[in-house]
Ligand binder design. Structure first.
Ligand SMILES: [Zn+2]
Length: 293
């Protein structure tokens, strides 16, 4: 039987936290990384990311909303503003897990951007509808030039990949010395997780395989030649209709949520955006060491 090891520190000592659906969630006794014990193979994972996955209101423009009013575009603009304030105001950008291309579109006035996503549906949407450069595949399939990018972004990606250590190693090869890596992921040390445990909205195996904390994500990045510049706990603009849909999926029999859904649609509030911060997502900005690795 294959021995299950921690992806960050290689320890095989781990404690069982609980089972979510049929998945064992464990915590490494060495570094504290939380993860799904038996990670499914690539083929099974790819099947999760069909067109429906990307029709989610946080990932695609919302029908009937002006593009620059969509929450995804507003969130992208806020993130880009932060990146510019850090001194990375132009250059070559790679957006890994670019989804339907909204971030790239928002970045296109300042950056020479290219996106990457495993979904054919999403990359075709990005190219045909938003006119941005997007390639279908993983970082291991594509032969970008080494040290090519000034900025690499990975919004809500690292928790999905099968081998974060190998992934970040590859990312570190494509970024130039002194370049910026910006990523976001759920925070397993958040109060939301501590209160909700297996009901936490980001605890969704097998879509999310790894659950990081500020400490474990820092170790992972530092292991590959990055220095952490800043970790922030930003909220996101989100659409009221999207929140209600998500609640409906979690609490399928709740009558109050069904009523709210009906009520909000009736008074046409479902397209309204609100700022929501549950303080359970970390945004990490890290700079590639200037020295050659
Ligand atoms: Zn570990």
């Amino acid at each position: 039987m294959e021995v299950c090891k921690c992806n960050i520190c290689q320890s095989s000592n781990m404690e069982n936290l609980f089972k979510k659906d049929s998945w064992d969630i464990v915590r490494c006794s060495g570094c504290g990384l939380v993860f799904v014990k038996n990670i499914p193979c690539d083929t099974n994972l790819k099947n999760i990311y069909d067109a429906e996955f990307f029709k989610d209101g946080q990932k695609s423009p919302i029908e009937g909303l002006r593009f620059d009013d969509s929450p995804a575009y507003i969130n992208a603009s806020k993130r880009l503003e932060k990146i510019r304030k850090m001194g990375f105001s132009n250059g070559r950008m790679l957006d890994i897990g670019c989804s339907t291309g909204i971030f790239l579109k928002a970045a296109s006035s300042h950056y020479d951007g290219v996106g990457l996503d495993i979904s054919k549906y999403a990359t075709e949407f990005a190219t045909n509808n938003l006119g941005v450069k997007a390639k279908c595949g993983t970082i291991f399939d594509l032969n970008f030039e080494q040290k090519n990018f000034d900025i690499i972004t990975m919004w809500d990606v690292i928790e999905h990949v099968r081998d974060p250590d190998k992934y970040i190693d590859k990312v570190s090869q494509f970024i130039r010395p002194g370049g910026l890596l910006a990523l976001s992921t759920g925070n397993i040390q958040s109060l939301m997780f501590k209160v909700q445990k297996k009901k936490w909205h980001l605890l969704i195996p097998p879509q999310h395989l790894f659950y990081f904390s500020p400490n474990t994500i820092s170790i992972l990045l530092e292991n590959h030649g990055f220095k952490i510049i800043k970790i922030s706990y930003d909220g996101q603009y989100t659409n009221i209709g999207y929140i209600i849909d998500k609640l409906k999926r979690i609490h399928t029999k709740n009558k109050l949520i069904k009523f709210m859904d009906f009520f909000i649609k009736t008074i046409k509030l479902n397209k309204l955006n609100i700022y929501l911060n549950l303080y359970d997502v970390i945004t990490v900005y890290a700079q590639r060491d200037s020295e050659d690795w």
